[in-house]
Design a protein around this ligand. Structure first.
Ligand code: NAP
Length: 416
């Protein structure tokens, strides 16, 4: 495949996919999109940390060959105003695994979110956000070490699907007439209208991935989070389809919460995984008061968006929380925060969200030793209380480091 602006590194090899499993060479080409705002600062720092960990873990036997891909403002400069070039999507498909910094999205107008477009165009249907406590990180909770949750957020449906009709537009009037006259719906004049599609196929593939993750990683429970008491045929249906799937495909390994009490006296049978559901509003309370009760969570797009930021706040904030958007094999890892434009090019912010997304990426390609080196280095750097400004304001007696100095501190520990 030939590209206009993208240059594949000559010495790297493409990752293959065999029988649905990744076939990763020792010199894989991985894609990266720098991102807008603080993106370049955190990407520069993170690339150095990932490379140092791989070099230390494998002593030259393995090396990532990075390939820069373009989206957002940098792309617009290179592709005559195109923020979302088709060749970047082609390259992600060809490379299979990529990582990206944050991208700007205007509110209430302008173009559609590039992040949402990417997830939908590539059908990256599972947004995976692990949230766990790292020793030494400032937290408002008394027992933050109880948080070890992985959120599977559906990425392609819900109100995020972009089916919206602007107040006053012809399409809006047509739909409003149909809803009022043919369906008997009642709502205020000139209301903007949005559609919330939730399908059995979309729900089940997401919940299947969450359950499979729980099985593969020896997790204890999967919780379906929904607002099905109010939105019965979308959120409620998500829950029902989840239980249907659990019974049909995982009946030998999952125990339903009702059965736990009816059949097992409340004691989980050895080697089984509990599947339960909770309503979204109470879930926000439970994750603050009793986080130890939750393990893997599967939910729809909007609930997942709110929940993952709220949970991240309990263990250090969005500056540290990692994420990935995963299809059946293609995966795009990403910082979960935005472009924080007021800090752009100041070498100031915390690179950890992107850096830990890269740790997830290293685990995804099976390079666990390199990932573990970064995890351990991070704990050591926290112990020294040398942190970026966001943590410094929560930690008495800490030393504030720039983005690049924080990366240097990690690299020094990786080599120690
Ligand atoms: P934001 O960029 O995430 O920033 C909000 C605040 O979070 C910042 O002012 C800062 O807090 C803190 N923060 C974010 N990243 C940090 C980091 N790496 N280290 C330390 N603190 C960090 O959210 P926003 O201001 O709502 O959004 C700005 C733009 O980003 C918008 O265009 C939005 O659409 C876009 N966005 C993109 C993505 C994505 O690409 N995945 C996600 C969300 C938003 P303090 O001010 O308290 O220091």
């Amino acid at each position: 495949m030939s590209y206009q602006q993208i240059r594949l590194p000559e010495n790297g090899k493409l990752i293959g996919v065999k029988n649905g499993k990744l076939d990763v060479p020792d010199n894989p080409i991985l894609g990266f999109v720098e991102g807008d705002g603080i993106g370049p600062d955190i990407m520069r720092a993170s690339l150095r940390v990932w490379d140092a960990a791989v070099a230390q873990a494998y002593q030259g036997r393995r090396k990532v060959h990075w390939c820069e891909l373009f989206m957002g403002e940098k792309a617009a400069g290179l592709y005559e105003g195109d923020f979302f070039p088709g060749e970047t999507l082609d390259a992600i498909r060809q490379l299979t695994v990529a990582i990206k910094g944050p991208l700007t999205t205007p509110v209430g107008g302008g173009f559609r979110s590039l992040n949402v477009s990417l997830r939908q165009e590539m059908d990256l249907y599972a947004c995976v956000r692990p949230v766990r406590y790292h020793d030494g990180v400032p937290s408002p909770l008394r027992r933050p070490e109880e948080i070890d949750v992985v959120i599977f957020r559906e990425n392609t449906e819900d109100v995020y699907a972009g089916i919206e009709y602007e107040s006053g537009s012809d399409a809006n009037r047509k739909l409003a007439d149909f809803l009022r006259n043919e369906m008997g719906a009642r709502f205020f004049e000139d209301a903007g209208l949005g559609v919330k599609p939730i399908s059995p196929a979309g729900s089940k593939r997401l919940i299947r991935k969450a359950i499979q993750y729980a099985i593969d990683h020896n997790r204890k429970s999967v919780t379906l989070v929904h607002k099905g008491n109010i939105m019965k045929y979308t959120e409620g249906a998500f829950r029902n389809w989840g239980y249907e799937l659990a019974r049909e495909e995982f009946g030998d390994i999952l125990v339903l919460e009702d059965d736990l009490w009816n059949l097992h006296d409340g004691v989980m049978p050895q080697g089984k995984i509990l599947i339960k559901d909770r309503i979204a509003d109470i879930m926000f309370q439970l994750l603050q008061l009793r986080p130890a009760e939750f393990d893997v969570i599967a939910t729809m797009n909007l609930n997942g968006d709110y929940l993952s930021d709220a949970l991240a706040a309990e263990v250090g904030g969005v500056g540290i929380a990692p994420g990935a958007n995963i299809a059946d094999s293609v995966a795009v890892f990403e910082a979960t925060h935005g472009t924080a434009p007021k800090y752009a090019n100041q070498n100031k912010v915390n690179p950890s969200s992107l850096m830990f997304s890269g740790v997830m990426m290293l685990e995804y390609i099976g390079w666990n030793r390199a990932a573990e080196l970064i995890n351990r280095a991070f704990v050591e750097v926290m112990k020294q209380r040398t942190v970026t400004y966001d943590f410094a304001r929560l930690m008495d007696g800490s030393t504030t480091l720039s983005t690049s100095d924080f990366a240097d501190a990690l690299i020094a520990r990786i080599h120690a």
